[in-house]
Design a binder for this molecule. Structure first.
Ligand SMILES: [Fe+2]
Length: 191
């Protein structure tokens, strides 16, 4: 389940339909998909086979030609270098489409004069249209497994805005794996 925040306003929402409608107003698609197709430890090929229908439908929706499974964790070589490519505000020439199978991460979406933080976790599908200014990072456990769709893998190169806006936001995670000490932070934010 996702967590939608507008950090500048101290707003946080974990209601699925609220998140869907708020993001839809920002031209961002958010959906909840079933996770019960395959065991969590299935191979990438098994995941792609199990979600073949969803993958084909999404290809049709967005003109995507290929899909793969990205799988990283804290022991992935050069993980921090990889993350550093995407944790600064950027755009792409194609949509960024993710269905999260495991782990958690945060998309910051800078749309108009507002910045939204969308923490995504297992079962969340997010589609960020091409040209949207955004940045992304993982939660503290540095784990994400997701299906990705591409129109052209070369289009996924980040174009940095160098705005510095990203430096004003802390990548705080509040989702199910982050209850406990984070609850205190959450209360402070809403105070
Ligand atoms: Fe991106």
């Amino acid at each position: 389940m996702a967590v939608l925040r507008f950090p500048d306003f101290g707003e946080m929402n974990q209601n699925e339909s609220d998140i869907r409608s708020t993001l839809a107003e920002m031209s961002i698609d958010y959906e909840r998909w079933s996770l019960d197709r395959v065991p969590a430890d299935s191979s990438a090929d098994a995941v792609l086979a199990a979600y073949a229908d969803e993958i084909a439908q999404m290809k049709q929706r967005g003109g995507y030609v290929t899909a793969d499974v990205i799988d990283v964790n804290s022991s992935t070589p050069n993980l921090e270098v990889m993350l550093a490519r995407f944790d600064k505000e950027h755009t792409h020439d194609e949509d960024e489409v993710r269905f999260i199978l495991a782990g958690r991460g945060i998309f910051f979406l800078h749309i108009g004069d507002r910045v939204a933080s969308v923490e995504v976790g297992p079962g969340d599908m997010l589609r960020v249209p091409r040209g949207t200014t955004h940045w992304f990072t993982l939660c503290e456990d540095r784990r994400i497994r997701a299906i990705r769709w591409f129109q052209d893998t070369s289009g996924w190169t980040p174009h940095y805005t160098d705005s510095g806006v990203d430096r004003g936001y802390q990548p705080l995670c509040f989702g199910p794996a982050y209850l406990g000490s984070r609850v205190e932070t959450k209360i402070n934010l809403n105070a």
